[in-house]
Write a protein that binds this ligand. Structure first.
Ligand code: FES
Length: 102
């Protein structure tokens, strides 16, 4: 059963940046967009496992640092036909702390 896992204070994720966390064997990238929205995706591009936490963030998208595939941060879908999809985790903020449903 999925449970909410406490990650970090919201200010510990840079605006237009990402922070990498590990839960068990899973590496997760927590993103903060320019408008302050928080997203959590598995830190692995569906193309060839590029580290999305090192990608460029723009609007609600991340561009993979390896071969520039754009992914939607909301649903993890590649913005290219047959580009694949990365797992997305639900997030919530409580008392300035980010939690993800894992
Ligand atoms: S590994 Fe992400 S675009 Fe190739």
């Amino acid at each position: 059963m999925a449970t909410w896992i406490k990650i970090t204070e919201i200010e510990n994720v840079p605006s237009m940046g990402a922070r990498k966390v590990e839960i068990g064997e899973t590496e997760i990238a927590i993103f903060k967009t320019k408008d302050g929205s928080i997203f959590a995706l598995e830190n692995s591009c569906p193309h060839k496992n590029g580290k999305l936490s090192e990608g460029l963030i723009h609007e609600h998208k991340v561009t993979c640092p390896l071969h520039n595939l754009d992914l939607n941060l909301k649903d993890g879908q590649a913005l290219e036909e047959n580009g694949g999809c990365t797992k997305v985790f639900d997030t919530k903020i409580e008392n300035n702390i980010i939690y993800i449903l894992f």
